[in-house]
Design a binder for this molecule. Structure first.
Ligand SMILES: [Zn+2]
Length: 291
């Protein structure tokens, strides 16, 4: 099977950019669907099928370079994305975006430190003309969130896991999400949920989603203080199925069947409601019975 990048200098250029937050989110959803479809195509090879070659149209603008040499392209992303530094989550690839489409800030656990806020503030003000959306993108199986969960479950391991001040800063920022997730799991499944064998896995999974929701909640307030009308949304990239979802998915069938993005919670009560909804959506196969 061949993957072909094809440049046709005579093909018309598509300069259409999202004009609203809704259009920006739709563009990201469609890009994620294209990415997942490419992934599926490639996986079919290992299953013995012989899929047809794929052709990807490309031009200099998509690569972030000018059509003609000697000119700098104008910085004009349509979305700012705060994502995790995890090497398995290349944000432009996941959303099949070109250079200059996304203003990306990546940090372990997609936590909201001062430098991250400063970078997003810059995008929300200096790049406001093109910017239509702000996204917090977490992912399943996040190492930073797993570490915070382990510290929560075994506080005595804190010295080993959070061995340095900078790492402790990350763990501390994520801890509120882990605690909120633990409360939500207890509310949904009963007080004995923490005795279940798969509790650590459930807590990590829930915390990845709740952490993105809490970060979006905080980021929306920051964005409101510097720019009007910008909506912050959140999503989680599911590494098993290559799809972005606002709530946990149970199988491949649910990938792209669920809403990909959710708007940042508007108040603490909304945040609690979102945490409960996330807990409810976890896999029934691994869910504990209510006790
Ligand atoms: Zn991560």
């Amino acid at each position: 099977m061949d993957l072909i990048y094809r440049f046709d200098p005579y093909a018309p250029l598509d300069f259409k950019r999202p004009k609203t937050n809704k259009e920006a989110l739709k563009t990201l959803v469609q890009g994620n669907q294209r990415f997942a479809s490419t992934v599926e195509h490639l996986q079919k090879i290992s299953e013995g099928e012989k899929p047809e070659s794929m052709v990807f149209p490309i031009n200099p603008v998509q690569l972030g370079v000018p059509w003609m040499g000697g000119l700098e392209p104008m910085h004009a992303p349509f979305a700012a994305v705060l994502g995790c530094a995890d090497a398995r989550v290349p944000i432009e690839h996941i959303f099949d975006c070109s250079a200059n489409d996304l203003f990306v800030v990546r940090v372990a656990g997609n936590v909201l430190g001062l430098e991250c806020i400063g970078s997003i503030d810059y995008a929300a003000t200096a790049l406001r003309e093109s910017l239509r959306s702000v996204i917090v993108l977490g992912h399943t199986g996040c190492g930073a969130i797993s570490a915070a969960t382990d510290v929560y479950l075994a506080p005595s391991s804190f010295a080993t896991i959070a061995f340095s001040h900078p790492v402790r800063t990350l763990i501390d920022r994520i801890m509120v999400s882990v605690r909120s997730s633990a409360d939500a799991l207890e509310e949904v499944y009963g007080s004995k949920v923490s005795k279940q064998k798969n509790y650590r896995e459930l807590l990590i999974n829930a915390s990845c989603f709740v952490n993105a929701a809490i970060t979006a909640y905080d980021l929306q307030r920051e964005v409101n203080s510097v720019s009007k009308g910008l909506v912050v949304s959140y999503s989680i990239y599911d590494m098993a199925w290559a799809s972005a979802n606002a709530t946990p998915i149970r199988s491949k069938d649910e990938a792209f069947d669920r809403k990909a993005f959710a708007t940042a919670p508007s108040n603490p009560e909304d945040l609690q409601r979102v945490s409960r909804e996330i807990a409810t959506c976890l896999s029934p196969a691994s869910n504990p019975k209510k006790s």
